[in-house]
Design a protein. Structure first.
Length: 506
């Protein structure tokens, strides 16, 4: 039975990209609107801990796999295409093209009545060859879906303002960390930002469009601003002193993406398509979406209100999805191997175990709260240096932080790790997403021994790739006693210091 009591006859929506920023927020909105929802995900387990998980069907598959897409399309009324192969590889446009064709063909074969796609707003009068590869690919995907034979809604948005969005995080950290900024010339570019709640409203409303409507729609907020004005307005809303902004013409998109990567949690690989998209003016040319998805009373959310809403979510620790919700392209995704030799390869481990003068519940609170502002409980300088080195080679570094200050769920990014498994009160397993010559995991366990005493167990694992991976492990192993040994001891001490009752089993 759906939320509105319509039962199994409610229209079925297929959502791709449900592990991402927009998709993860769209699913509960569709459920609230009375739709049934099926999610297509490469790693369904990453949706397990979402509040809506028990109300939506989740199937395993990939948009580049025609068979899994075809199976997922069975019985679907509306199919949402919310995935992109970000431009971190030379062939990402070909991947986007192939995936869109598969999606459109399988939707037509399954009798899907509408496709809804969220793309990027392109500048008026600019030849497509002059667009950034990111925007060019999004425009091509939209055309492929419009030509597939299924009525299609293509929504085109510029900068999305919402808690946890990459665009908002970039704006937020640039403005908060730099009272005086020497900035790229694109800060003068006119943009029409849109609040994430208006994007979601348009996505949900598009499901009910008449069958004779198949076209693109520009979606934006009520104001057109330069990026410089957006930074100034953000500072005012956030209560910051006035910022001094000095644009210079010498910072290319490549250089400015590295500048953004140094100042903000958004790595250069994500910042570059964002900054490249700001080279040209991106302003809505029409507001025809209002014919089919009426504006709320008054008008769409303005920029200042969108910033206020986003900051409140951040400060109240209610950020439901972040730009880092989706795995970064090229990040390791192999699950922890159960075979110690892993098909004949090496699997190195560093294991620590300590008695803890604290309750298991207190120990677990420390484990689940690790990372972000709480740090990693050992040799902060070593962790900071490792994070900076990761940034220098194109990795995510340590600044992604946490989605929630106290709670974790499977799929959350956690600095340069990702939560691979969590068993509340017992186990946290993290998979490394830093640049490494191999694959790495970190496990932390809260346990009780036969006498009821609390035990902390910690295990770091590394599967090297080739000779470079072997050299890396043996090169850093002398520091393990300081880094991993110190981590275990400090976690145990922190748990003991914060435990309301010492050493009693829960």
């Amino acid at each position: 039975m759906t939320a509105d009591g319509r039962g199994a006859q409610a229209p079925l929506c297929l959502v791709t990209g449900a592990t991402g920023y927009i998709g993860g927020r769209l699913v509960p909105e569709l459920l609230e609107a009375g739709y049934r929802v099926r999610c297509l995900a490469r790693s369904p387990e990453r949706l397990r801990d979402h509040e809506w998980a028990g109300r939506a069907e989740v199937v395993r598959g990939d948009v580049t796999d025609a068979d899994s897409v075809g199976e997922a399309m069975r019985g679907v009324d509306v199919a949402y295409y919310l995935v992109h192969a970000l431009g971190t590889g030379t062939d990402f446009e070909a991947t986007d093209r192939r995936a869109a064709r598969i999606f459109g063909e399988r939707a037509r074969a399954a009798g899907v009545r509408r496709i809804v796609y969220l793309g990027g707003l392109t500048p008026a009068g600019v030849p497509e060859r002059e667009l950034s590869p990111h925007l060019r690919s999004r425009a091509e995907v939209g055309r492929i879906l419009l030509d597939c034979g299924v009525p299609t809604t293509v929504l085109r948005a510029a900068v999305v303002i919402g808690s946890g969005s990459a665009s908002f995080e970039m704006l937020r950290y640039l403005t908060e960390r730099l009272p005086v900024m020497v900035t790229p010339s694109w800060v003068r570019t006119r943009i029409q930002p849109v609040a994430v709640r208006d994007v979601l409203r348009a996505l949900v409303g598009s499901a009910g469009m008449p069958p004779d409507v198949s076209r693109t729609f520009d979606i934006g907020g009520p104001e057109v601003l330069t990026y410089r004005e957006m930074m100034a307005r953000y500072a005012a809303v956030a209560g910051l002193p006035r910022r001094v902004i000095v644009p210079v013409p010498v910072l290319t998109p490549r250089l400015s993406s590295h500048w953004v990567g140094l100042v903000t949690p958004v790595p250069a690989s994500i910042a570059r398509p964002l900054t490249e998209s700001l080279r040209h003016e991106v302003v809505c040319r029409e507001h025809d979406i209002a014919r089919y998805v009426p504006d709320p009373p008054g008008h769409p959310v303005g920029f200042d209100e969108a910033v206020r809403l986003a900051l409140k979510k951040v400060r109240d620790a209610q950020v439901t999805t972040r730009w880092s919700s989706a795995s970064l392209p090229g990040a390791p995704s192999d699950p922890l191997p159960t075979d110690p030799d892993w098909a004949g390869g090496s699997l190195y481990t560093d294991e620590r175990e300590l008695s803890v003068d604290a309750s298991r519940a207190a120990l677990w609170r420390v484990i689940e709260g690790i990372g972000g502002d709480n740090g990693w409980y050992s040799f902060p300088l070593a962790w900071a240096v490792r994070g900076r080195l990761d940034r220098l080679v194109g990795g995510v570094g340590l600044r992604r932080g946490r989605r929630d200050a106290a709670r974790l769920r499977v799929g959350d990014s956690l600095d340069f790790w990702r939560v691979e498994e969590i068993e509340p009160g017992r186990l946290l397993r993290l998979r490394a997403e830093m640049r490494l010559p191999g694959l790495a995991w970190l496990e932390m366990r809260a346990e009780s021994d036969d006498a009821g005493r609390t035990r902390y167990r910690q295990r770091a694992l590394f599967h090297p790739h080739g000779l470079l991976g072997q050299a890396y492990w043996w090169g850093v192993s002398p520091f393990h006693a300081v880094v991993f040994g110190g981590m275990a001891r400090n976690i145990a001490r922190t748990a003991a210091a914060t435990s309301p009752e010492r050493a009693s089993a829960p």
